[in-house]
Design a protein around this ligand. Structure first.
Ligand SMILES: Nc1nc2c(ncn2[C@@H]2O[C@H](COP(=O)(O)OP(=O)(O)OP(=O)(O)O)[C@@H](O)[C@H]2O)c(=O)[nH]1
Ligand SMILES: [Zn+2]
Length: 209
């Protein structure tokens, strides 16, 4: 691997990685990398239809991977305790998940169900969807994303329990490789009171409607 990096960094034809460690590539470097990929795929990056593609791809990447700029602590910082003693679970069913697999960088799409058992205060419900987005819009494995969502809610809301279920399809399994359609990958994290069988059952009853 080191030899590959060494070659990429020193071959002017291949120079797409920054020389200095920790340096974020510039937009121009990112666009040059896209031109390299277009050439490598066998097409001509200077033809009319492709001339602006590196710009478009860089812009799309900003959207696909905007989660790196999101701070879970900030998203969950505002809570409300005026809830008239509400003390049961809060469940958000069917939050859209649009992610990219870290092995092939192709889309992973599906839904997440997120629940927490409040501990005296609640959070704005949109913030739970924002937390899902903050971790989905990164290069991910489904397992990591599921655990990160649960960790963030546990850490910043301090609830009595948290449950996260992600149900998704991976284009790296449908469009390439094994090419199996209709396979849904389900990952789950049940923490705190959701480890109790009756709470888990109530969660599923609500999620299944
Ligand atoms: N556990 C897990 N695996 C994933 C996820 N997304 C993609 N993968 C898998 O990551 C694996 C990478 O395996 P490799 O053998 O290194 O790559 P590959 O040769 O492209 O594998 P194939 O997809 O089998 O062709 C594949 O089995 C993918 O299906 C994910 O979210 N979680
Ligand atoms: Zn993949």
């Amino acid at each position: 691997m080191d030899a590959v990096l060494e070659r990429i960094n020193h071959d002017p034809e291949l120079k797409v990685l920054p020389q200095e460690e920790g340096h974020r590539p510039t937009r121009a470097e990112a666009e040059a990398a896209v031109r390299t990929l277009i050439k490598w795929a066998g097409d001509d990056p200077s033809r009319e239809g492709l001339i602006d593609t590196p710009k478009r791809v860089a812009k799309a990447y900003e959207e696909f991977f905007e989660g790196y700029k999101k701070d879970p602590a900030e998203i969950l910082s505002r809570t409300f305790s005026e809830v008239a003693g509400y003390d049961d679970m809060v469940v958000l069913r069917g939050i859209k998940v649009e992610s990219h697999c870290e092995h092939h960088m192709v889309p992973v799409s599906g839904t997440a169900h997120v629940a927490y058992m409040p501990n005296g205060h609640v959070v704005g419900i949109s913030k739970l969807a924002r937390i899902v987005e903050a971790f989905a819009k990164r290069l991910q494995t489904q397992e990591t994303m599921t655990a990160q969502i649960a960790d963030a809610i546990e850490k910043h809301l301090d609830p009595k329990g948290v449950a996260v279920v992600v149900d998704a399809t991976h284009q790296c399994m449908t469009c390439r490789g094994v090419k199996h359609d209709g396979v849904y990958t389900i990952t789950r994290q049940f923490r705190g009171v959701f480890k109790e069988a009756d709470q888990e059952r109530r969660f599923w009853d609500l999620v299944r409607g």
